[in-house]
Design a protein around this ligand. Sequence first.
Ligand SMILES: Nc1ncnc2c1ncn2[C@@H]1O[C@H](COP(=O)(O)OP(=O)(O)OP(=O)(O)O)[C@@H](O)[C@H]1O
Length: 367
Amino acid sequence: MAYDLQLSHIGKVYDNGTPAVIDFNLDVDKGEFIAFLGPSGCGKTTTLRMIAGFESITSGDLLIRGRRVNDLQPEKRPTSMIFQNYALFPHLTVRQNVMFGLEVKGLPAAEANRKVDRILDKLGLSDVADIRPTRLSGGQRQRIALARSLVVEPDILLLDEPLGALDANLRKSIQNELKLLQRDLGITFVFVTHAQSEALALSDRIVVMNAGRVEQISPPRELYTRPQSIFVARFIGANTLISGSVRGTQGGHLAVETAFGTLLAEPSAGMPAAGAAASIVLPAEAMHVLPATMPEAEIRASHGANLVPCRITRLQLVGHILQIGMVLPNGEAVTLEGHADKYRDTLSAGSEAVVAWNPSDATLIVQ
Ligand SMILES: Nc1ncnc2c1ncn2[C@@H]1O[C@H](COP(=O)(O)OP(=O)(O)OP(=O)(O)O)[C@@H](O)[C@H]1O
């Protein structure tokens, strides 16, 4: 079966010589929700615009449902795009805005009206159909933009930071609606964002980009648990990086010589050579903080084989969450959050403690 969307060695160099996208490869199944995530200027929008047909492709092949579309006009592609500012026509009513794409396609009026009614109803816009969008809220305008893109029944919906203009609360509720709608319609979504939380909440897979290149393509959880590069480890989640050199295998894990002694970890990909310089990526969620008075053997048995001494510098209760500030032996300050119940009365500011974690919760990245 053909993929819904395929980018094969896609590259983009702008006329001024800027290489914006370099060797981008991605196969997308029908109905997948894909997010392009990365810092400003990493090439997310350029890639989205190449898929839409608004930007020419310098190299590589773009396929939609198995057909090469590199040179197809945007309106001939089975794609629809939503922009951050929604780009609604202020002088048209909500209904006219949504109708616009169908009129361009020359759909008979009766059929067009039926489709518009259905999508307005689905997105809860029937009551405001005859109002101009300028009089409506950000959330409603966002829905109109969605309705306008969906009414043309695209195979692939392209969304460029569509929630960027909304305040935090509204953003959350629209995120949920968007995810439900996407599941319901079964349409492939490609979503550009620089907000990690948004990508993590919505997507089936996330493409992390950095300086025009794809760093990693993974389901959200895997980006956390198995980052494949230092960039991803620093960009996603709250990770502590411990550098060292690979010594070999030990008990099914990789043993790494570090400033804190020998620590064990899982490789991110393949088996690195002994002696290779590497970093252990330790997610905050994987760390357990225990009083230094607890016997080492007991800690290893209950909380994992890796131990590093630390000193607690700060404890702060925020609702049911305890924020723990600590310093590692090399002077590095680390903050992590844990359930207050888990740490009740076991830690105190200024005291010596131990950080413990399970080797399989930490990833080794070779540099
Ligand atoms: N029309 C253009 N002409 C020349 N260079 C461009 C053009 N558009 C974008 N660029 C450059 O291409 C690179 C990628 O830009 P792009 O807008 O795709 O990044 P982005 O990840 O979407 O960033 P943002 O999150 O800020 O929108 C940047 O270096 C940018 O300056």
